[in-house]
Write a protein that binds this ligand. Structure first.
Ligand code: KDG
Ligand code: MG
Length: 409
């Protein structure tokens, strides 16, 4: 099953996506998501300049060998660009293998461990009224778990909250990457945030009751002791998780947070290998793994990571923001369905244009996602439609403190 072509497709139906399409001599094709938000073209170049020439003529069936070859032969290991590129190859080869077997990918991964995949959606608002509207809207859409983000008094723009609220029924989801030549500047004040957030969760619990799983994303902004304080303050409101409470580089930070709070912790959307989790999992410093198939090297290493995590009762909570393309989302859903230690899946629905370019078979019903039963991943890329939306430069924002110091965004 020789690989005869590998094409890198960049398209921007509302936002940028990078997709790898691998074709075998018998005409099978497989897709892999290589989207790295705000740095898309670096992965496209890594793939077309350095990886595609190595794929041509290889046997598409030997996925583990392809992964080890791409990881080890580069010498320069890890990093988001390298690992997103390897992810795309790995997913495309799994797509091909499952199509060749005539099975949905989850069957090759061991079959379904559950009927559906519980997903959480994003509610947000500049104030409580907008937040409650957004929460009611998500409940109407069927979500049975909701992430809560709000503005903070005295701050103009905060992660997770659109400048204008989505109107009811409109698919106006928050998209942090903005098209244009320069990144947008946001402001930040951790003390103001810490004062504000516990009251928001108290109000939400009072209005929506004790049952609904609630999540919150700290988006890498706190020091360990600040994160510990927030985790403790949120304990009465029984969060499903507090995400990315400290920046990603320092695994030790979570030890300090853990000593102070029983609020469950999730981390890792910006991690890209199992090594980033070694201490966190072995010392049981976290409860949920946030990596996506798209950024952590593909299905092959994510499966290994989740099996390692299972030994420590750590569960999955894969990243599913809109910068994970429908191809990356489908790959996540097959894995979510197959593994035993599934926790929850993030789900930000894509816009109509994206869904026209990427034809999908996955479904969302009554709060549960399912990848469908098409052979392979179940996503096809309409290349004609994709070609109508050329790449447009877009950047994620950055943050400054009141005195102008750059802070983690
Ligand atoms: O590309 C960055 C986004 O995917 C990220 O900011 C979203 O933190 C995020 C989340 O939890 O979905
Ligand atoms: Mg996050």
């Amino acid at each position: 099953m020789k690989i005869v072509a590998a094409d890198v497709l960049v398209t921007s139906p509302g936002r940028n996506f990078v997709t790898l399409k691998v074709t075998t001599e018998d005409g099978l094709t497989g897709l892999g998501d290589a989207t790295l938000n705000g740095r898309e073209l670096s992965v496209a170049s890594y793939l077309s300049d350095h990886v595609v020439p190595l794929l041509l003529g290889r046997d598409a069936r030997n996925i583990e060998d392809a992964w080890q070859f791409l990881y080890r032969s580069a010498y320069w290991r890890r990093g988001p660009v390298t690992m997103s590129a390897i992810s795309a190859v790995d997913s495309a080869l799994w797509d091909i293998k499952a199509k060749a077997a005539g099975m949905p990918l989850y069957q090759l991964l061991g079959g379904a461990s559950r009927r559906g995949i519980r997903a959480y959606g994003h509610a947000s608002g500049r104030d409580l009224e907008q937040l409650f509207d957004s929460m009611r809207h998500h409940l109407e859409l069927g979500f049975r778990a909701i992430r809560v983000q709000t503005s903070v008094p005295s701050l103009n723009a905060v992660y997770g909250v659109p400048a204008t609220p989505a109107t009811k029924g409109e698919n106006g989801h928050y998209e942090p990457a903005q098209r244009g030549p320069l990144p947008a500047e946001e402001d930040w004040d951790t003390r103001a945030y810490l004062r504000h957030i516990p009251g928001v969760f108290e109000a939400v619990r009072n209005a929506f009751g004790p049952e609904l799983p609630l999540l919150h994303d700290g988006h890498h902004r706190m020091t360990p002791i600040e994160a510990a304080r927030l985790g403790k303050a949120l304990e009465p409101y029984d969060l499903f998780w507090l995400e990315d409470c400290t920046p990603a580089e320092n695994q030790e930070a979570l030890r300090l947070v853990r000593q102070h709070t029983t609020t469950p912790l999730a981390i890792g959307e910006v991690f890209n290998t199992v090594w980033d989790y070694q201490t966190l999992i072995r010392e049981q410093l976290i409860d949920y793994v946030r990596s996506s198939v798209t950024h952590a090297g593909g299905i092959t290493p994510m499966r290994k990571l989740m099996d390692f995590a299972a030994q420590y009762q750590v569960k999955s909570g894969m990243h599913g923001a809109t910068d994970i393309s429908p191809v990356g989302m489908a790959a996540a859903l097959h894995l979510d369905l197959a593994i035993h230690n599934f926790g929850i899946q993030e789900y930000m629905p894509h816009n109509e244009l994206t869904n026209e370019v990427f034809r999908q078979t996955f479904t969302f019903q009554d709060g549960y996602l399912h990848p469908g039963d098409q052979p392979g991943l179940g996503v096809e890329l309409d290349e004609k439609a994709a070609a109508q939306f050329p790449y447009q430069a877009a950047y994620l924002p950055f943050s400054r403190l009141k005195d102008g110091t750059i802070h983690d965004w």
